[in-house]
Design a protein around this ligand. Structure first.
Ligand SMILES: Nc1ncnc2c1ncn2[C@@H]1O[C@H](COP(=O)(O)OP(=O)(O)OP(=O)(O)O)[C@@H](O)[C@H]1O
Length: 243
């Protein structure tokens, strides 16, 4: 279980709502650094982010996350009567952190003392971000650029640099981050007698590598699975299954 204190590990996570169709199926993903989630509407990005943040339980599978997780939901509740200053002071106490400069950096110009339900969409989003940035280990952001003006949007990109974060991003704000495309699906390759773990991790199309002893589970984009398999064999690994 160790080794994920700063990031999050989703291990064979599946999710369906009630008896509905499977939204996520056997998804394994390890987040260290910044990972951007992409995929068409309805492919399960928000569902995955809620599971990573711990606000939704998976139907099956395992999630290992650090203690301090900051979450920005797709829609910040619009009916909150509390003022932004009271809310952020409360969240600061919960987090054991002092006031932060996020609102200022994002150019918040709304009223700190009025009910948050009266804030503009963009200013409410800045409050949502301010509470989430109080977290120290992992950031889970669902379309965090929603409603932000261009200056704030650019500043948010800077603020995410060097953080461990799982972020959905329709508009391509974080061009250099690792991308995981939910619509594209994935292929899971189980290996034994694993050698050259670093070389496998570095291969194009590899989304995550979960190693246990001399075995490893490698999750790969479907269009790169043949190349990854060939490289694993070339390195001397044994392939136990591909699915
Ligand atoms: N609370 C819920 N109850 C039932 N079905 C749900 C619920 N939340 C999401 N779904 C279904 O799960 C699927 C994935 O939804 P989700 O919101 O995770 O997708 P998304 O990729 O974030 O979509 P978008 O890009 O439109 O925000 C959809 O078919 C949706 O209807």
């Amino acid at each position: 279980m160790g080794g994920y204190l700063d990031g999050v590990l989703l291990d064979q996570v599946s999710k369906r709502y009630g008896r509905g169709p499977w939204v996520l199926r056997d998804l394994t993903l390890e987040v260290t650094g910044t990972v951007v989630l992409t995929g068409a509407n309805g492919t399960g990005k928000s569902t995955l982010l809620k599971i990573a943040a711990g606000v939704l339980k998976p139907s099956s599978g395992r999630v290992v996350r650090p203690a301090s997780v900051g979450y920005v939901p797709e829609r910040f509740p619009s009916d909150v009567k509390m003022s932004a200053s009271s809310y952020l002071a409360h969240m600061g106490r919960v987090r054991g952190a002092g006031a932060n400069d996020v609102l200022e950096r994002l150019g918040f110009v709304g009223s700190l003392s009025a009910p948050m339900s009266e804030l503009s969409k963009g200013n409410a989003q800045k409050v949502a971000l301010a509470q989430a940035f109080l977290a120290t280990d992992l950031l889970v952001f669902d379309e965090p650029w929603t409603g932000l003006d261009p200056e704030a949007a650019a500043e948010l990109c800077v603020m995410l640099e060097g953080r461990t974060a799982l972020v959905s991003d329709h508009e391509g704000h974080l061009e250099s981050a690792t991308r995981v495309d939910l619509a594209g699906g994935h292929v899971t390759i189980e290996l034994s007698r694993v050698v050259g773990l670093d070389a496998l991790e570095a291969l194009e199309g590899v989304q995550s590598v979960l190693s246990r002893g001399s075995s490893a589970r490698v999750v790969v984009a479907p269009d790169r699975s043949d190349q990854v398999l060939a490289e694993a064999l070339r390195l001397g690994c044994s392939v136990r299954s591909v699915r």
